[in-house]
Design a protein around this ligand. Sequence first.
Ligand code: 3PG
Ligand code: MG
Length: 391
Amino acid sequence: MNYTSALPSWNCSNQPIFLRADLNVPLKDGTILNDRRLHAVQPTLDYLIKQNAIVVLATHLGRPTGHEEALSTKHLMPWFEQHGYTITFCATLDDAHTQQQTAPPGSILLLENLRFFKEEREENLAFAQQLSRLAGWYVDDAFGALHRHDTSITLLPEQFAKEKRTIGFLVEKELNLLNNFLQKPQHPVCIILGGNKIASKLPLIKQLMAIADHIILCPAIVFTFLKALGKPVGKSIVDDAALETARTILHEAPQKNCDIHFPVDYQVAQGDISGTLSIVPADQFPTQSVGISIGPESAQIFANIISSAQTTFFNGAIGFFDRPKTLQAMQSILTAMADAPGTSIVTGGDSLATLDKLGVNGITHTITGGGSTLAYLSGQTLPGLKPFSNQ
Ligand code: 3PG
Ligand code: MG
């Protein structure tokens, strides 16, 4: 399906518009570590501001269990101010209501972290109605949260008439990118998968084997496959519930003309993830070590495969953001992708934060939501898209 934002046809001057964004940025001691998701919503935000709308901006931040000061959206305020926006922080919904009556056109009211309200995660109709009273229109530009059943993603848009709700420009762009990737990829297609969340990635692999010529498995997901094959993995992360699916995937891959590639060497940490690092051959995996990343020989082999691909797709960060020595392999993979002749796509918050940290330029497309991308590519109907499916 082709998803198109109806924003250009709206006349919303002086109207309050609810903009649900995914501003779930990494924060440390109140400082934003990577602002990619803030920049990503700017096309929609700037458009609304130029139209003189009053933007009621809302997001979740992290996974709080109640009010957690470290996850308050007020930590986002300096970013907006530094970028020239007129913005007011609303600590409560009552506060937002009051401010909304007098806010100047072209300004933003930033709501507190939606997940501070327990109803946000409960698909709660009363909460959806309460939020809907803050605006006359609704825009969903929270691509990274479309796979969630959070109230503001599923029930809230339904409180608005069809002609008063739409997706934003980021959701439109990222969905169309993924549709192009699924429907007309240039071959050879090489998919590189790392990171955790193995259970969410296996359906994706099953689906993508049909279009991928190569799938490169990296830590941590690769360890589940190795264990399924009876190979040593030391103390690495394994999803035991996924072993059977992993075996099926490996069995089906040749019939689908998909080569699955395993690393020939690994970077391991002794004892636990913070232990001393070393490189070991794959067949001599130490029993007391945890696999962290791949070794230089694998990085070279994978770079060669990547450089002959016309489409490359990466999901799932390899190594640890705050431990530079564990990021070397990820650097060579991303660099090979950026240098490869065709189209390169990197998805997921952690992957993109690492991409920026490593300063790799030249990736063709970046997609903000890792989990939502995986869900969409796996063929699932995203709960957040249902309110817009007939548009
Ligand atoms: C993300 O960072 O993956 C999205 O913002 C969704 O967050 P969640 O996984 O906590 O729902
Ligand atoms: Mg995430």
